[in-house]
Design a protein around this ligand. Sequence first.
Ligand code: ADP
Ligand code: MG
Length: 740
Amino acid sequence: MPPAPPARPSLATPLHLIKGIGPRRAAALAQLGPKNVGQLVAWLPHRHERHEPLTPIALLVPGAIVTATGTVTATRVALRARTPRFQAVLVDDSGRLDLIWYNALYARESVRPGVRLRVTGKATKAPKGAGLQIANPQFALLPPPEPAGAIDDEPPPSSPTLVPSVPTPTWAPVYPAAASISSRHIAHCLRAALPMALPLIEDHFPPDFRALHGLPELRDAYASIHAPADEPAIAAATRRLAFDELFLLQLGMAIKRLHRLRDRPAPALPCTPTIDAKVRARIPFQLTPAQNRVIAEITADLAKPQPASRLIQGDVGSGKTVVALYAMLLAVAARRSAALMAPTEILAEQHHRTISAWLKGSSVRVGLLHASLPRAQIRDVRQRLAGGQIDLVIGTHSLIVARTAMPNLALAVIDEQHRFGVHQRAALRAITDGVPTTPHVLVMTATPIPRTLALTLFGDLDVSTIDALPPGRTPITTRVVPASQRTQVYGFVRARLEKGHRAFVVVPAIDAQPTTHFRDTSGAGHAAVGPTPPAEAAKPRSVHELAQELTDGPLAGVRVGVMHGRLPPAERQAAMDDFRSGRTRVLVATTVIEVGVDVPEASVIVIEDADRFGLAQLHQLRGRVGRGSLPSVCVLISPENDALSNDRLLTLAQTSDGFRVAEKDLELRGFGDFFGEKQSGSSHFRVVSFPRDGDLLQLARRAAQHWADQSPSLDQPRDALLRKRLLKLYGEWVRLGDIA
Ligand code: ADP
Ligand code: MG
């Protein structure tokens, strides 16, 4: 006997106390996740299955396609008839239906007297007698009726909100299940729990808010998602639940942002015409209108004593570095310091080189810091940072990992944000904990964040977009070439080299083991679906193998350098220097050159085993060429006869727009994989799906912003429930300490 349910049922009631669930199923559910009623109701189906309506046999209409179930009472084989046939009689409580299979005697193997059957087909008047028949019906054997009390036969509770009165057709929820408990059993548990649970579900939105945004009540949304009346009910429920997910995340971000603006002052970094002129004098080219617009946006931010938090988006090669430098020099002009953080040591070194060159002869003190520098040098730089003797430090994330003291820091720029996470951004702020002012933060991303996603992920940031490339760039031609034509490809490379150009060759691996892998979670894994590629193409080439192969063969006599992340810093530096200066004309590299590397004389990039890379990554790699005035070419070498991966690669040949590429990549890879779920905060998304919910995101974002403006501390009576749910879901992640 199960223990008696507690006097006052609540959403916290443990599942084993619910009549119809019991201890065994409660344990199985707990293994999967839900432990109490509230958690079970929040266990959402990942899809709904359409079930055709069943009509009692007596009510079947001749001429219609019908579905009926019943028990077979008799069968007959007529082998000698002109057309051999197999006949069966199906009965239910209301009547009898004749089934005939012509030339399909296989049916008699399974259709035997006593079995239960579901049949679908066109009902016609039987030639003899008054009944109906179906010729050549589709059929499925049904399990024998289970003894009374077996869970699957238990009728659903007859609450009018739960059971549709006209089931045409019905929609059955399909739940994320496990070996311990099936979707059907979960559905059963929900049927048992819903009648008591639904009245207990309180809505965190008031009726006027719901009416304004066309949202059903939360209780109704849960009722419909678990026991939908029809398709529109599923859609409305899905929309409500997706809205809630988006709204809560956006609300957390909006509040965080408001508090940041209100509570922690930042040093004001004003820009005067004199400062502007001095900064521009350092830049060796005219800034584009797009760069100037973004600089104006940043300048306005930095002039205020509130910590700026701005995302600078701009496609590969749009010239973000110089924009960052402009901002950093504003900090220096205010006698404060600035930090530029890059995701790779190679990129940090390059930024250091470029910026030092631009600032040559000025009084700005520039420093470089990353983990591969000699210990003495690291110690020296950190000491000078702590003493405020460096104005502008360029480094990797070791800047924050080592919690380098930078008491004078007024601005931190994070380059290639998509390589970092939200946590690192937060950690960066933490460096200056204890310092009376908070630094301004600019994050830059060499694309590709689809616009809608940028809002989800960086809802706490303002966004500026550099939407044009500097003049004089010639578009990059992208070609997808089968591996069999590699000889021609390197012939072409050789011709380019003879004209004085330089070339990148990118491979997925340093040695035998691939270092980079494109994970395709779309389920349409090209490697799995396509025909097996030839053995030669199956093994990815390594940096060293290929460099050898090229100098032995098609590029004999050409000086070829190699570059990868495991080279000691000095060799890496030398390899980069040699390629930049032209001492080596070809650089065979891994994806360490993916971000930022800037060598304008390079006009060709060949990407071996291109199918192993993600599209966004290929777009980044492609951005290594086309940086000067030379007409540039990107060659993607693809496996033979693999239509799927060739199709994917052709997307790149068709567009040079990083945003489009990113959207396609997202479509192929899915949300979580694109950014890493933990970073994006999307791990709480059960219902939200992109691109479907792009518009809903905009709506939720505006609504959340408005809500936060009205009640920045969520301390009004109508906030109570919302605040509780927000803290539960995102309290830790968005660090809402200040409203907790
Ligand atoms: P990304 O946005 O990819 O970081 P970079 O900042 O590396 O781009 O700039 C790409 C190249 O374009 C660099 O060589 C840079 O010096 C050059 N560049 C940037 N802005 C301009 C401009 N306004 N005119 C000419 N060249 C520019
Ligand atoms: Mg860059």
